[in-house]
Design a protein. Structure first.
Ligand SMILES: *Cc1c(COP(=O)(O)O)cnc(C)c1O
Length: 359
């Protein structure tokens, strides 16, 4: 057993927990436990456990606090209609975590340890999965450089942690279309950089652009490529899709600067299986605008684990603005939201073998 269970001696009472689960929102309600595991050059991966979630001591000279050697993942546990708990393609998160580790010069956590840590934590905190429609347990594995050293080099010690957080339904009362600000000043990732790694640093540098989007009255920022500022890449934390009047769906190709989303990959697989024409091709911001205005483009949506599928209603840049389709959730967007959530909840056939029940 790589993650022995050391129960929290003073867990939250059932009554208090029920109160917190009424409207948990996202990322604020945490469970009683967490998974931890250490790595050192001498011992490799060791000292794994599921233990009480609590603050831990960290030396102020820990490398992560200075040079941001950190990676993370995000996935959800869902309750199926038959009561069992299930994960959606967790082995994909495990593999992406390994690729992110490689890019940040960190040790690669073996896939089976990643999966064991997640499953053991979900089992320990199964009571924290909200019962309401659309509720889930959001899991946040991360790895930090814990070596105490101010020299710049890959650390020789790391700490792996998994947190679990109760999440309410993202789309209470149906999906709402969001507005996007096109950042022409800031970029998210450059060729050769860390765009395809899931690391905190990518988010740190996206915040000022997100702030600008809010100041401009938009919900989220969409980034262009760093070289030409011409090609649409993705949002700060979601991939993007375009739907055309002829039925084609398109998403930018994974060419090193875009995070390879598991939701993105799942939508591509569903669309191909449905016989839709699917393109992983670059799309220019000027074309997006012209096609939206001409009606050649009918819908656009963003996608990621948290909201699954998010319709895009309006797009604005420094000296332009346009509406996508009707400005509301389109049919194809709604279709992929419905299909993916139905598979995740065990309400539709799982032809691709994506749903992993937790025994
Ligand atoms: C996590 C993430 C996504 C979405 O990935 P999923 O696996 O679908 O959750 C997209 N873009 C960025 C930048 C991300 O960090």
């Amino acid at each position: 057993m790589s993650f022995p269970f050391v129960p929290n001696p003073s867990p939250v009472s059932a009554q208090e927990r029920a109160g917190r689960l009424v409207d948990p929102g996202f990322g604020r309600v945490f469970t009683d436990h967490m998974a931890t595991l250490r790595w050192s050059e001498a011992a490799g991966w060791h000292d794994g456990r599921i233990c009480a979630r609590a603050p831990f001591q960290i030396d102020p000279a820990s490398a992560v606090l200075h040079y941001a050697q950190e990676i993370f993942e995000g996935l959800k546990a869902y309750r199926l209609d038959d009561g069992a708990l299930a994960l959606f393609r967790p082995e994909q998160n495990a593999r992406r975590f390994q690729r992110s580790a490689r890019r940040l010069a960190m040790p690669e956590l073996p896939e089976d340890l990643f999966l064991q840590s997640i499953e053991a934590l979900v089992r320990a905190d199964a009571d924290w999965v909200p019962g309401q429609e659309g509720g889930s347990l959001y899991l946040r594995p991360f790895l930090i450089a814990s070596e105490v050293f101010l020299g710049v080099k890959p650390a020789s010690e790391y700490l792996y942690v998994v947190l679990a957080s109760s999440a309410g339904s993202y789309w209470k009362g149906g999906a709402r279309a969001i507005s996007l600000w096109v950042s022409h000043d800031y970029t998210r990732a450059a060729p050769g950089g860390t765009g395809e790694a899931k690391c905190g640093g990518n988010y740190a540098t996206s915040l000022v652009a997100q702030q600008e989007a809010i100041r401009r009255g938009c919900d989220q920022v969409v980034f262009l490529d760093a070289g030409e500022r011409r090609w649409i890449e993705e949002l700060g934390g979601m991939n993007i899709f375009f739907v055309f009047a002829d039925g084609t769906i398109r998403t930018p190709p994974l060419a090193g600067t875009i995070l390879p989303g598991i939701t993105r990959d799942s939508i591509l697989a569903l669309a191909r299986a449905e016989g839709l024409r699917v393109e992983e091709e670059p799309y220019a911001i000027a074309d997006w605008r012209a096609d939206a205005e001409s009606g050649r483009l009918t819908e656009s949506f963003a996608c990621g684990t948290a909201a699954v599928v998010t319709p895009i209603g309006r797009v604005a840049g420094p000296d332009y603005g346009f509406t996508v389709g009707t400005g509301a959730t389109g049919q194809v967007t709604q279709h992929f939201l419905d299909r993916l959530t139905a598979i995740q909840r065990g309400r539709a056939p799982d032809a691709h073998g994506w749903v992993q029940r937790i025994g």
